[in-house]
Design a protein around this ligand. Structure first.
Ligand SMILES: Nc1nc2c(c(=O)[nH]1)N[C@H]1C(S)=C(S)[C@@H](COP(=O)(O)O)O[C@H]1N2
Ligand SMILES: [Mo]
Length: 347
């Protein structure tokens, strides 16, 4: 990897395999036959509505080549988007002086949203994108119209934009509220998560019971703990720190372990079936007999990436380790290569 590419990767991000753009979050917009309109509402002098054609005619067309950084650790460099600048649209609106935030709301079943402070817009210069790589955005990637905010984790880039809502007080976005994603989201400062609100004593009690099933414990600290046979089915354990922990035969079925740290952990005969391990790090972990069937592996790491220090060791696999090759798709080239050599035949 050339130094210039490394300089463009924020801390602890990995490049997606070439030409791969993972799908994250909602897959389809709300089922609605009406024409696609964009609304500006809330603290504006006059609410506005545009059709997509009006937007394209009215505002200068912009081509941007941007780097995208997903909170689950994959990055896509030099993504080429085209559309119009949000700042150009805002020039046409008289936004009330007491407005301090814009909430982007999606035409989606759960009215998915995310927000930005108005004071950050000048610097972030969000694009209202219609095209990717010279083609209309596909529906699953937010077509016909999505927000693209370079300089923030990709959850700030809303798919299927329908409403710009101007607010005095912030309206915390869907992922920011549901999953503890950091509301500022600067990838260069690694602002991924806010930490769990649970008391330390409560966390300790749960760990001692060895049963975390169904619990939500963001950014759990369990480094070097002895937790063999831990049961954590369906637990929400984003960003958990399990480095060097003993998790032999642990049951993490359907758990959310995105961005969890398993470096040097023992996961012998553990099951991660159906788990979300996006962005999780398994370098140096003992994965003999470990089962990843049906797990989601976007951005997961099992072995050093090119340029990593020599202190990063690969995971230990054996013929009983199950990492089905269907799930290798969105891994980086280096990770797929490692699995190809070490999972034996593509199981
Ligand atoms: N409407 C909507 N927009 C969304 C999401 C979502 O679930 N719904 N997920 C966000 C997240 S977490 C990411 S990483 C990107 C993923 O966009 P992609 O599926 O095109 O890669 O969209 C963001 N915008
Ligand atoms: Mo994301």
């Amino acid at each position: 990897m050339s130094t210039s590419i490394k300089d463009r990767l924020p801390p602890n991000q990995v490049l997606t395999a070439k030409g791969k753009w993972p799908l994250v979050g909602e897959r389809v917009p709300r089922n609605d036959d009406g024409p696609w309109l964009l609304h500006a509402q809330g603290l504006v002098e006059r609410p506005c509505t545009w059709s997509l054609d009006e937007l394209k005619q009215r505002y200068p067309w912009q081509q941007r080549t941007l780097d995208i950084h997903c909170v689950t650790r994959w990055s896509m460099l030099d993504a080429s988007f085209a559309g119009i600048a949000l700042l150009d649209v805002l020039k046409d609106l008289s936004i009330s002086p007491q407005a301090r935030f814009v909430s982007f709301i999606a035409r989606s079943e759960r009215s998915h949203s995310t927000s930005l402070p108005l004071s950050d817009l000048e610097e972030l210069d969000p694009l209202l994108a219609f095209e990717f790589d010279g083609q209309p955005l596909t529906q699953e990637h937010g077509g016909p119209l999505r927000v693209v905010v370079a300089g923030r984790y990709f959850y700030k880039s809303l798919k299927w934009l329908e409403t710009l809502l101007f607010l005095e007080n912030d309206n915390l976005g869907y992922w920011e509220g549901e999953s503890g994603y950091h509301n500022h989201a600067d990838p260069w400062k690694e602002e991924r998560y806010i930490v769990s609100g649970l008391q330390r004593s409560e966390v300790r009690r749960l760990l001692q019971s060895k049963n975390l099933s169904g619990q939500t414990l963001l950014s759990l600290e369990a480094q070097s703990m002895r937790l063999p046979n831990l049961v954590a089915e369906n637990a929400l354990l984003r960003n958990a720190n399990f480095q060097h922990a003993n998790l032999a035969q642990a049951n993490f079925k359907k758990a959310n372990l995105s961005n969890a740290h398993f470096q040097g952990a023992c996961l012998q005969d553990a099951t991660l079936q159906g788990a979300d391990v996006e962005g999780a790090n398994f370098c140096g972990a003992d994965l003999r007999g470990c089962n990843f069937e049906g797990a989601s592996l976007f951005g997961a790491t099992f072995a050093p990436e090119p340029g990593d220090p020599s202190t990063v060791h690969p995971a230990i696999l054996d013929s009983h380790t199950r990492i089905p090759s269907e799930s290798w798709e969105a891994l980086s080239d280096a990770q797929r290569e490692f699995l190809r050599k070490n999972v034996g035949e593509e199981s």
